[in-house]
Design a binder for this molecule. Sequence first.
Ligand code: SAH
Length: 385
Amino acid sequence: MSAPLPLAAAPPPPPGLLDTPDDDFRAWLAERHQPPMRAGQIRRQVFANRAESFDTMTDLPVGLRAELAASFALFSARVERHLKAGDDTHKLVLRLADDRMIECVLIQDDGRATACVSTQVGCGMGCVFCASGINGVVRNLTVGEIVEQLLRLRNLTRREDAPPAGRPDLPTRLTNIVVMGMGEPLANLDNLLEALEVAGDPKGLGIGARHVTISTVGLPAKIKRLAEVGKQYSLAVSLHAPNDALRTRIVPTNDKTGIRAILEAADDFFEKTGRQVTYEYVVLGGLNDRADHARELGRLLTGRKAHVNLIPWNDVEGLPYRRPKDGDLTNFIDTLRRSGVSVKVRKRKGSEIDAACGQLRRRAEAEASATVTAAGSSGDSPAGA
Ligand code: SAH
């Protein structure tokens, strides 16, 4: 009696083109007797012509296109969900090659197109109000996975040759990047910086450092490193409370760092780069939105060239927080302004598809696993698809 044949393992997916080092790619071309200029042609196709598959690269020989498609994934993720709001905000949930999910957002407003990208699967910082960190961090995103988010979002902007369907202000390229998606950017700083180099390259996406904002929970040593890379990135620090006792309740990592070290690192960033630092403050009803908190925040920040961005909390299913009452928010703003601090409230974009950062992914994951369970247990076709 012969043993049952082992099931053939699925072949590993081809490596992502955006994560293939230039030298390796040139060597791959050389092995196929292709001139090195092919690398530049392909790059142009992806970055300038918005190609999303090798098939459409009609300036390449057909045989080469087929070989490329067999050897590389142009994009290594798939779009799991694509939601578009009436104000032309787009949200994408991407399923990565290892089936993990992340999300990214395109915000189009005032002639700008801003990409909000993730840097990690999940997040290890554990801020108590945030959906991204509920299950901790799984892994860092690769350079290619960060660049892919930018490309996919850019490809949703209006094409040069498309008429501006009712909205002539819609840009035809990405103008800004905010690194405010899932994850702690400074915990994946090397990959992020490399991805931002690609974004800044005129042969890449041509988005200069001044148009890039990196948001951090506040990791002092990493903020100092960022100050030393010699780029004009903007820094946003998630403060969320005016004193250590309260901040540690809201941002558990504060226990190890403390506000003082974060402010010192941010001051150092300002001195080295000349870039004003933004302090983000998620306003949680009844928790950090009292006039006393605003006064204390004012004292902390006066004398600093700083700006405060207030973000009324976006509801996250299952978390016991609430948005501030309108009157409390207004009072908070007025109190803070009286102490001389510049302050703005972040506008809510894409509100009908608004799932606070990380929520959409959780929903997609929950539904995907419900689908697997349903299919696995009853053999039914996927429910709710
Ligand atoms: N880890 C980085 C990036 C996080 S996302 C950081 O801590 O800055 C960018 C901003 O959105 C952060 O200030 C974060 O605290 C905030 N945020 C996360 N979840 C939110 C929610 N449900 N409502 C409002 N703001 C939220």
